[in-house]
Design a protein around this ligand. Structure first.
Ligand code: HEC
Length: 221
C-alpha cells in the first residue's frame, strides 16, 4: 500500500510535533537566559563592596576604591580588580552621594554627547579614544598630573575635561564643551565607575596602549 511507503519527512504530524517542541524549548531557553543576564548585569550594592564580593557592575560607591586592571590567565583577558579604599576628590562618598554624583555624570555625558566622538561600553563613535577604560589609562598619573599641576588622578582628569584645548595629547583635539567643575566631577565619577565594570576584556587592545605608554611611546589611540 502506498501509505506505508511514505517517509517520516513527509508526515505532517511529525512536523507539527517538532515545531511545538522547538518552540517550547526556545521559549524556556530565552526565559532562562533573560533571568541569567539580569543577574549578571544588575548593579551590586555597597555591602557587596565592603564584603569584597565582585559584581560585574559594582555599586556607585566603587569610586571610593582603587581600581586596577589585571590579566586573568583563566579568562584570557584583563579584569578590573577592586583594591583598597582611596579618597575620591578628597573624601569618601556615602552611597547616596556616590549615586547622585554618578547620576550627574551620566546626565552630563548625555547632555554633552560624549558618544558623538567616543565609545562607551561598545556604543558610540571612533573619532576619539574609547572611554570605557579611560580611568585606568596610566596617562592620568604623573604625565597629566604634571601637565595640569594637580596632585590626584581625578583632579587631573576633571581639569582636562574642563579645558581640553590646554592639554592636547593626540593628533586630534577635544573641543571645550563648557563643562563646569561640578559636571566634571560627575563625569570623572562616571568614568571611574565604568572602568570598574567587567566587560569581558573589551575594548580589546587597551593594554597594548598601556604597554606602549610604559615603553615611553606616545599614548596614541
Ligand atoms: C567633538 C568630539 C568630542 C566630544 C563630543 C567629546 N570628546 Fe573627549 N576627546 C575628543 C578627542 C579628539 C580626544 C583626544 C584629545 C587629546 O587627547 O588631546 C578626547 C579625549 C578625551 C579624554 C582623554 C582620553 C584618553 O584616555 O586619552 C577623555 C577622558 C575624554 N575625552 C572625555 C570626554 C567626555 C567625558 C566627553 C563628554 C562630556 C567628551 N570627551 C566629549 C573628542 C571629543
Amino acid at each position: 500500500m502506498a501509505k506505508e511507503n511514505l517517509s517520516v519527512w513527509t508526515s505532517i504530524s511529525f512536523w507539527r510535533r517538532s515545531a511545538a517542541w522547538v518552540t517550547g524549548f526556545a521559549t524556556i531557553l530565552l526565559i532562562w537566559l533573560t533571568f541569567d543576564t539580569m543577574g549578571q548585569i544588575s548593579m551590586g550594592t555597597d555591602a557587596d563592596l565592603q564584603k569584597g564580593i565582585t559584581k560585574r557592575v559594582p555599586a556607585p560607591t566603587v569610586i571610593n576604591y582603587h581600581i586596577d586592571y589585571k590579566m586573568s590567565e583563566k579568562r584570557g583577558h584583563e579584569v578590573p580588580v577592586i583594591g583598597k579604599k582611596e579618597p575620591f576628590f578628597g573624601k569618601e562618598w556615602s552611597p547616596k552621594e556616590a549615586a547622585a554624583l554618578l547620576h550627574l555624570g551620566k546626565l552630563g555625558s548625555q547632555a554633552k554627547n560624549c558618544m558623538n566622538c567616543h565609545t562607551l561600553l561598545g556604543n558610540g563613535a571612533y573619532y576619539a579614544p574609547d572611554l570605557t577604560k579611560a580611568w585606568l589609562d596610566p596617562m592620568w598619573g604623573a604625565t597629566m598630573q604634571g601637565m595640569t599641576g594637580k596632585s590626584t588622578k581625578e583632579e587631573a582628569m576633571a581639569e582636562f575635561l574642563m579645558h581640553p584645548e590646554k592639554y592636547p595629547t593626540h593628533a586630534r583635539m577635544m573641543p571645550n564643551l563648557g563643562i563646569t567643575a561640578e559636571e566634571a566631577k560627575g563625569l570623572v565619577a562616571f568614568l571611574k565607575h565604568m572602568s570598574s565594570i567587567d566587560t569581558n576584556g573589551f575594548p580589546r587592545g587597551f593594554s597594548k596602549t598601556v604597554d606602549q605608554f610604559k615603553a615611553g611611546g606616545t599614548n596614541a589611540h
